[in-house]
Design a protein around this ligand. Structure first.
Ligand code: ITT
Ligand code: NA
Length: 199
């Protein structure tokens, strides 16, 4: 079965290929980049789940193929969950990971270690051309460093130290991150749903 990955984020695509390959499904994964004529959907939802469903439905409707989408972000305790759904555009420039991370660190510069709790969150949505939809979520708790460390991954990975680890997400190998990440948890939970609906 062809399954569209309704994302244009290269970091997500790499991780989704690995996570879904491990599931042993007979899927041909096709990135949204294969459909440049389909415009990016406006992320007008107020939750990760709403935005993930918007993206999955847009690609499923436009291509006539089943689509999965990811909406995700970093939720900081002392910021009441911000940047949250605004994580990709926190600095004002969508997808400028370095500017987003630098701004967040500056905003938290006075916050002591014991108050630097945060988590990554991911909603994984599946939409079929007939309108059927499913969405599941996963989180990865941790604490925020004062300075970035590590070069693996993407986004805010260099500043989140996952619970139970002494290194940042950007110092984990891709397999180590996927085993504990918000995205790994969400998409592994979506796999039985994909299997049920797509065979
Ligand atoms: P698509 O909508 O095309 O999927 P996007 O980058 O716009 O791509 P989101 O709106 O879901 O996707 O934004 C997610 C942002 O949250 C992303 O830009 C990162 O800054 C951050 N993020 C999500 N997952 C992350 C992870 O595993 N590691 C580090 N940062 C992550
Ligand atoms: Na987005």
């Amino acid at each position: 079965t062809r399954l569209i990955l309704a994302t244009r984020n290269a970091g997500k695509i790499t991780e989704l290929h690995a996570i879904l390959a491990d599931a042993g499904l007979d899927l041909e994964l096709v990135g949204a980049d294969a459909y440049p004529e389909i415009p990016d959907v406006k992320e007008t939802g107020v939750t990760f789940a709403e935005n993930a469903l918007l993206k999955a439905h847009a690609l499923a409707q436009a291509t006539g193929l089943p689509a999965v989408a990811d909406d995700s972000g970093l939720c900081v305790d002392v910021l009441n969950g911000a940047p949250g759904i605004f994580s990709a555009r926190w600095s004002g420039t969508h997808g400028d990971d370095r500017a987003n991370l630098d701004l967040l660190l500056a905003q938290l510069s006075d916050i002591a270690d014991e108050h630097r709790g945060a988590h990554f969150a991911c909603a994984a949505a599946l939409a079929l051309p007939d309108g059927t939809e499913r969405v599941v979520e996963g989180t990865m708790p941790g604490t925020l460093r004062h300075a970035p460390e590590g070069t693996n991954g993407f986004g805010y990975d260099p500043i989140l130290q996952p619970e139970g680890h002494e290194v940042t997400c950007a110092e984990l190998t891709p397999a180590e991150k996927n085993a504990i990440s918000h995205r790994g948890k969400a998409f592994r939970a979506l796999v039985p749903v994909v299997r049920e609906l797509l065979g």
